[in-house]
Design a protein around this ligand. Structure first.
Ligand code: GAR
Length: 207
């Protein structure tokens, strides 16, 4: 939702460190950026990402999954929090839970995720480790829309590749990929906010 003349209101889901959140907060802080992060929600109370949000003056909420009967009830609580704040786009930034179909339907076409691989290769956990173990020579990052598929399956918005070096460790490869993540995510949100993304079947056309 973009209030008349206003910027796109963005909600962010996090579980941990929050470096991608920081990239979005930094972009938001620029006056000419067409989107602003208005709320950050974590499923983990001690997530450093919550501190980053507070430091930027953005509302930061911990919602405890244990307070809800099941996954769907928790996810619907997320939907409520975003909806009352008139969020027009939700970004998963290191959010380590699978979202239920009810959540995905509530934000169909308005939910993005970032993943540290060149999808559809290496979905799920430890994507960088998977790439190293497979012996891939090229790795990378993907921003995609969230759909009802199992994990990391939605239409791809942007990707960037990085080389895998022979002496890479999981940490060194992750750091190289992260540089690209921090560039891609604010760019994908900008394109969405400017109304420049069209989904045609599985393909996302950037206009
Ligand atoms: C990022 O590398 C992100 O792509 C990955 O978790 C990290 C979070 O870092 N997400 C996934 O693997 C989701 N399947 P951050 O908390 O510093 O943004």
């Amino acid at each position: 939702m973009t209030p008349a003349g206003g910027r796109l209101r963005v909600g962010v889901l996090v579980s941990g460190r929050g470096s991608n959140l920081q990239a979005l907060l930094d972009a938001s802080s620029r006056r000419d950026y067409p989107a602003e992060v208005v709320v950050v929600i974590s499923d983990r109370e001690r997530a450093a990402a919550l501190d980053r949000a507070r430091a930027a003056g953005v509302e930061a909420l911990f919602i405890n999954p244990k307070d809800y009967a099941d996954r769907e009830a928790f996810d619907l609580a997320l939907v409520r929090e975003f909806t009352v704040r008139q969020v027009g786009l939700v970004c998963n930034a290191g959010f380590m839970r699978i979202l239920s179909p009810a959540y995905v339907r509530a934000f169909a076409g308005r939910a993005m995720n970032i993943h540290p691989s060149l999808l559809p290769a290496f979905p799920g956990l430890h994507a960088q480790r998977q790439a190293l173990e497979y012996g891939a020579k090229v790795a990378g990052a993907t921003v995609h829309f969230v759909d009802e598929g199992p994990v990391d399956t939605g239409p791809i918005i942007l990707q960037a590749s990085v080389p895998v070096h022979p002496d890479d460790t999981e940490d060194s490869l992750s750091a190289r990929i992260l540089v690209q993540e921090h560039r891609l995510y604010p760019e994908a949100v900008r394109l969405f906010a400017e109304g420049r993304l069209a989904v045609v079947g599985r393909r996302v056309i950037v206009r």
